[in-house]
Design a protein around this ligand. Structure first.
Ligand code: DAK
Length: 258
């Protein structure tokens, strides 16, 4: 499928997905969401880390497309919300780490997209916010679900009830982003982290992501038992044998992803 709103670039095991709808500051319309879903559904198994960013240096994603949403009725609004929520859940559930490189506005659906990624890095000019209540709606791509999990319920309620935007330094302080870089350094630093992740044993990274995601909603005993099962599974992989052998022989390991 040729994409109208997505640019895909592969460098070794790292893939960068750039959302490109510059006329609306990369707002998410239903075609953008369909293209993202198509890309995620068909993602190449050779990709070990995915980076998601926005075209240009002003905006990551300025939200769901307000023009498209403005005339929706209740049924259409629900369907639009379900589509975005489904795509974001697929991103969150990918078996590889996903890094959001937030290069400007991440408002509404843009902030929700960044939150569906595993790690968020941003530029100094990044702005985060959930301004939906000012438009007569609530966050509809799972923002009420993920924001409180990332920054705590009190801060999530402050941001969602007030609709205020926050700057990169506040996003860093409250734990919404992992690091802030100068605009010109954001992509290099993001790629460096992506490569560092891709150098590790892919199956172990995949299991670690699955554990962290699934265990979050479990009680401690259940979570510890789950981790134990997944830890055991690592010993059925060639990567575990190769990784430990290389360590003991003081050699550099080349993981085979099996
Ligand atoms: N949608 C459509 N167009 C947008 C847009 C958006 N979210 N954001 C910006 N644009 C367009 C502007 O209309 C403008 O278009 P033209 O006038 O040039 O045709 C162009 O992008 C440039 O924007 P500005 O001229 O406004 O640029 P400024 O630098 O002055 O301001 C800004 C940048 C990001 C502060 C401003 O554009 C802004 O406030 N944008 C809206 C941000 C926002 O409110 N985002 C949240 C959208 S609501 C649900 C499903 C999903 C959601 C909710 C419910 N269900 C159905 C359950 C999610 C909702 C949202 O994400």
């Amino acid at each position: 499928m040729d994409y109208e709103f997505l640019k895909i670039s592969n460098e070794g095991a790292i893939c960068t997905l750039t959302i490109s709808a510059p006329q609306s500051l990369n707002a998410l319309n239903s075609k953008v969401l369909s293209e993202m879903e198509d890309f995620i559904d068909k993602i190449d198994s050779k990709i070990l880390t995915l980076i998601i960013t926005g075209e240009g240096d002003k905006s990551f994603v300025a939200g769901a497309d307000i023009k498209e949403m403005s005339n929706l009725n209740e049924t259409e609004g629900k369907a639009f919300g379900e589509k975005g929520a489904r795509v974001f859940r697929k991103i969150e559930s990918l078996p590889i780490p996903v890094i959001a490189a937030v290069n400007g506005y991440a408002l509404g659906g843009g902030c929700e997209l960044a939150m569906a990624c595993d790690i968020r890095l941003c530029s100094e000019n990044a702005r985060f916010g959930q301004p939906e209540v000012g438009l007569g709606i609530i966050p509809g791509f799972s923002g009420t679900v993920r924001l409180s999990r990332l920054v705590g319920m009190g801060m999530a309620k402050d941001l969602i009830f007030s609709g205020r935007n926050i700057k990169a330094d506040e996003a860093l302080r409250i734990g919404l982003v992992n690091a802030v870089y100068k605009s010109e350094d954001l992509m290099n630093n993001t790629k460096e982290l992506a490569q560092r992740i891709a150098n590790n044993a892919p199956i172990a990274v995949c299991y670690a992501k699955e554990c962290i995601n699934k265990e979050f909603d479990m009680c401690v005993d259940e979570a510890v038992a789950y981790e134990n099962v997944m830890f055991g599974r690592c010993f059925a992989t060639t990567d575990q044998k190769d990784g430990m052998k290389a360590f003991l022989n003081k050699e550099k390991v080349q993981f085979q992803n099996k």
